[in-house]
Design a protein around this ligand. Structure first.
Ligand SMILES: [Mg+2]
Length: 327
């Protein structure tokens, strides 16, 4: 039998891995990502052969390498060997559960021990299920499928709870969670994280003149324009408040962000939604405040928001329908 094609580092024992694509926060919905951590290449071959049709398979041959890959790639499910020379599977599982970046990943412990004491230890370390060697193929496949189904249902519910009802964009609760993850990822990689805060100009006057139904329709069209204007899937648009929106721009240098701000203002203006009561233009426009930071330990993501907020204030002061970049 040909050995299964696996997505992994050239030397998995080193825990190296291809850099994750810009802005990948979690595996894309669709094909699940499964990580096998086992010190035995033979076990990895066997296990991956059983589940190749259920998702993309990554592997690591030590506990440390497994932890690194889990943090970098955020798989949907980890199959974790207990008996490994560097770290036991129980210890790896505990560390995964202690790390906010990895604590939501489902872990199945794989061991040759059959006692209920071992099963209890696996569950206490945070594992969701338990497989015993020698592996029974049908059991492995069925239990892996169960966990992947549960994970995808949980993800779908989670996404639903995090959407804004009016615009279908992500809401502020999800935004904070997402920005926190991006902040930490950019800090590890020491790359610039861009952020834009956008506000519809004279929106109260719009509602007063055209009514709230038209106001809602206007917000939906602006939201669509913002979403359409993002150029990379990793860019992330949220409804930040009433008529405020925000865009998170992973790995975006300062030179790019000013151009992006102007471009996004133009996209909204080009919708040509009449707005007679606006001093900025005869149509609906937005003002944009933008900021870029390479995260450092003495800062938090709220610094990024504050900077963008101050730049937005300046954009308003200087006549609206424009973008300002924070110093
Ligand atoms: Mg082992």
């Amino acid at each position: 039998m040909a050995s299964p094609k696996m997505d992994t580092a050239a030397d998995p024992a080193q825990g190296a891995s291809p850099a994750s694509p810009a802005g990948t926060v979690a595996a894309e919905p669709g094909r699940p990502l499964i990580l096998i951590v086992d010190d035995s290449p033979e076990s990895i071959r066997l296990l991956s052969g059983l589940i190749l049709d259920k998702g993309d398979v990554l592997f690591a041959t030590s506990g440390e390498a497994g932890l690194n890959l889990a943090r970098q790639r955020r798989p949907d499910l980890i199959l974790l060997d207990v008996e490994m020379p560097d770290l036991s599977g129980y210890e790896v599982c505990r560390r995964l559960k202690d790390d906010p970046d990895t604590r939501d990943i489902a872990v199945m412990i794989v061991t040759s021990h059959h006692s209920s004491a071992h099963e209890v230890q696996a569950l206490e370390s945070g594992a969701i299920d338990f497989l015993t060697k020698p592996l029974a193929p049908a059991v492995v496949r069925a239990r892996v499928q169960t966990q992947l189904t549960l994970k995808s249902q949980a993800d779908a519910l989670h996404r639903q709870a995090m959407l804004d009802g009016l615009t279908g964009l992500y809401n502020r609760a999800y935004f904070h969670e997402h920005l926190e993850l991006e902040w930490r990822r950019h800090q590890r990689q020491q790359v610039p994280l861009g952020f834009a805060l956008l506000d519809v100009d004279h929106f109260k006057a719009f509602n007063d003149q055209y009514g709230h139904v038209a106001g809602d329709a206007c917000l939906r069209r602006v939201a669509e324009a913002l979403k359409a204007s993002t150029r990379r899937p990793a860019e992330f648009v949220v409804r930040y408040g009433g008529e405020e929106f925000a865009i998170v721009m992973p790995n975006t240098p300062r030179e790019e962000i000013g151009r992006f701000g102007e471009w996004i203002c133009r996209q909204v203006q080009d919708l040509a939604i009449p707005h007679e009561g606006s001093s900025a233009a005869p149509v609906v426009t937005i003002s944009a405040g933008l900021a870029v930071l390479v995260p450092t330990p003495d800062r938090t993501w709220s610094d990024l928001i504050e900077r963008a907020d101050r730049a937005l204030y300046r954009a308003k002061q200087e006549g609206r329908n424009r973008a300002m970049v924070a110093d």
